[in-house]
Design a protein around this ligand. Structure first.
Ligand code: GUN
Length: 297
């Protein structure tokens, strides 16, 4: 019998995070520190522009110092490195995010390595990935995995001992999420599957929690999910839709209509993981600003 799934409201949970952050930001400002975030966008990819705009808007709503650096698509590697270096040394900036993916002439991993790890609010620098693997809480955890964990916790999903199957092995979501969920104290049993996995549906059907982060619209079907599972959809895919005002619609990696009836709880797209990613970016920026107060300049 199909049940009535709980649709997890990412916007409402993000609002709860913002209420907490507002209190912390007020306290930091009273101590003379306004958290500052710089978002760097190279080129004019429409989806990236939209993300950067919403990050900047949220900074302003929270009263953070926000710098939006929009560089032309033909920006060279040395130019971008020079801008990153300036931001590394700017005392008003506590967090730096270089929007991914950059244009082809940019060596993204070299840019990430050039970031001051103490300002790497994306959690992509090798030092922060090492800290995540080591369970050292002083590092930054990537925002989307952090957002997924918070959604699960706030929705009352029991994670300790649960089998979580993560679909996708990206450095932005799949790998860091697996590292996060298997940490001591969180204690999930994690399986990561990807495009080359044999018996993918069989493995994901064994999951208590399925996290879809493969970047393919509607990839997760009813056959991938057991009755009573929790489903977290990280995908944000644009699909053409002549009837939609912009000519496209946003859909997730999960075929919502056929998966929802089997699940006990599921995130929608939009309005699930997306709002949480930005909330966690703001949270990491506040964390960076706090930590900067206890470091010598
Ligand atoms: N592109 C898609 N997601 C992200 C993210 O979390 N951080 C950055 N820097 N780029 C992205």
């Amino acid at each position: 019998m199909p049940n009535e799934p709980k649709v997890i409201d990412g916007r409402a949970i993000a609002e709860k995070v913002y209420a907490e952050l507002r209190r912390e930001i007020t306290a930091l400002k009273a101590q003379g520190t306004t958290p500052g975030l710089a978002v760097v966008l190279v080129g004019d990819d429409p989806a990236s522009r939209a993300y950067v705009r919403s990050k900047d808007k949220m900074c302003r709503e929270l009263g953070l110092h926000s710098v939006k650096l929009e560089l032309p698509a033909d920006t060279s590697q040395p130019e971008l490195l020079a801008r990153v270096d300036e931001l590394n040394h700017d005392p008003a900036i506590h967090g730096i995010l270089v929007q991914s993916p950059p244009p082809k002439q940019i060596d993204e991993s070299a840019i990430v390595r050039a970031l001051d790890p103490a300002k790497d609010v994306d959690g992509f620098h090798p030092l922060n990935i090492a800290k995540l693997a080591l369970g050292d809480a002083s590092g930054f955890v990537p925002c989307t995995p952090l957002g997924c964990l918070r959604l699960l916790k706030e929705s009352g999903v029991a994670i300790s001992g649960a089998h979580v199957v993560v679909l996708g092995r990206s450095m932005i979501v799949g790998k860091p999420l697996a590292l996060l969920l298997m940490q001591k104290g969180i204690d999930a049993t994690v399986t990561v599957v990807h495009s080359r996995t044999r018996n993918l549906a069989e493995i994901s059907r064994a999951a208590d929690v399925v996290v879809a982060a493969i970047g393919q619209a509607g990839f997760v079907r009813a056959e991938h999910v057991r009755e009573g599972a929790v489903v977290i959809d990280v995908g944000i895919n644009r699909v053409e839709d002549g009837a939609a005002p912009r000519g496209y619609r946003l859909v997730g990696d999960v075929a919502f209509d056929e998966v929802a009836p089997k699940s006990v709880a599921i995130t929608p797209v939009p309005g699930g993981v997306g709002p949480m990613t930005i909330a966690m970016l703001m949270s990491n920026t506040v964390k960076a600003a706090k930590a900067s107060r206890t470091r010598s300049p």
